[in-house]
Design a protein around this ligand. Structure first.
Ligand SMILES: Cc1cc2nc3c(=O)[nH]c(=O)nc-3n(C[C@H](O)[C@H](O)[C@H](O)COP(=O)(O)O)c2cc1C
Length: 332
């Protein structure tokens, strides 16, 4: 299950992928998952139109840095023309793979003809991939849903279009556009895709635990797995999955260790943004994943949600740990 994987000429040390996640997979956050052994991480999707009309703002979404490789970037756009034009201006940025978003179901994106709207036009996806292949030697990949709705499941058509245009890999999140995140991902679509595909198939959807990861590999025979909400909820999911796939005993981190790791992640976000207040506000959504399972932890989370100061954040954690250690001693 756990193994190196080639995407075109690119060699990944392992087949655990970190999904593109809008608002989440910035540089410091990708590094958190890379340190645990992820084989590749994607930056959040970036608008092809945005790159054309507001380059400076959009290009920050694919900022990279030391130790941040291999890096996938993902573009969303409605046509070959828009996507190829955007790619021209970023093709020399630091990244290793370019992915086309054919799954995003957010209204604004759909209304612009991008994301999951492309599921309706496999021919255009063929042209997009062909167009990108003319501009770069880097692998071009795509990430799709199963279809627009349950009456138009067409992941196989999407695959044939992409593969014949030269795509190097396909990731399938087997829900339809209309399902958004409801119901369960239908992993049988990944199994079916794997049967016909000549390029690596990455299974995505509902992997929240190491058991889920093993089940995804076993049920679908996929070439790799992509983690999304699982790592948002549990920032240490990658190391847990890798331990399981290597048949190693995994000892979950203590709450103290998780909170300490949270301070490091938060500090890295501040250094990255150069704006303490902004980073502290942004970090609140990440903190939820770290601060779980201790007595009175909800109070700590509430207090952290009120602060915009890193030093106060660190003292809130110290106070919490002191209080919970005292409680432990009194219990004994
Ligand atoms: C907050 C959030 C942001 C997302 N952003 C992107 C994105 O930028 N590009 C993309 O292809 N999918 C995006 N997705 C979808 C995920 O990559 C993934 O396909 C989906 O969440 C299913 O996987 P999961 O069940 O493991 O979460 C996003 C999902 C969430 C919850």
């Amino acid at each position: 299950m756990l193994k190196p994987l080639s995407i075109g000429k690119l060699q990944l040390k392992c087949n655990i992928f970190i999904a593109p996640l809008a608002g989440y997979t910035n540089l410091p956050t990708r590094l958190v998952y890379r340190e645990q052994g992820a084989g590749i991480a994607y930056a959040e999707m970036v608008s092809a139109q945005g790159l054309h009309y507001n380059f400076n703002k959009s290009v920050t979404l694919i900022d990279s840095g030391e130790n941040d490789s291999p890096l996938g970037i993902q573009l969303f756009g409605s046509s070959r023309e828009t996507i190829v034009r955007a790619f021209e201006v970023i093709k020399n940025e630091k990244f290793d793979v370019v992915d086309i978003n054919c799954g995003c179901s957010v209204k604004k994106i759909i209304n612009s003809g991008s994301g999951a709207s492309l599921l309706k036009t496999p021919d255009e996806v063929y042209k997009i991939i062909k167009g990108l292949k003319e501009l770069t030697d880097k692998p071009v990949t795509l990430k799709i849903r199963s279809g627009w709705d349950h009456n138009s499941i067409n992941y196989k058509d999407m695959y044939y279009a992409a593969e014949s245009a030269g795509a190097a890999l396909i990731t399938l999140h087997p829900r339809t556009k209309t399902m958004l995140f409801d119901g369960k991902a239908d992993w049988s679509h990944i199994t079916e895709l794997k049967k016909i595909s000549t390029i690596p198939v990455i299974g995505n959807g509902d992997i929240f635990t190491a058991d889920d990861a093993v089940a995804m590999f076993n049920q679908t025979q996929c070439d790799g797995i992509m983690l999304a909400r699982g790592v948002m909820e549990n920032p240490f999911l990658v190391e847990e999955i890798i331990a399981r796939l290597e048949n190693r005993l995994y000892i979950p981190r203590t709450l103290k260790n998780r909170l300490y790791s949270a301070t490091l992640h938060c500090k890295a976000l501040i250094d990255y943004t150069g704006d303490e207040v902004k980073a502290m506000v942004e970090f609140r959504k990440f903190f939820k994943g770290y601060a779980k399972g201790g007595k009175g932890i909800t109070h700590l989370r509430q207090a952290v949600n009120q602060t915009v100061s890193y030093s106060q954040f660190v003292s809130l954690i110290a106070q919490y740990l002191e209080y919970s250690e005292k409680e432990e001693v009194e219990k004994e």
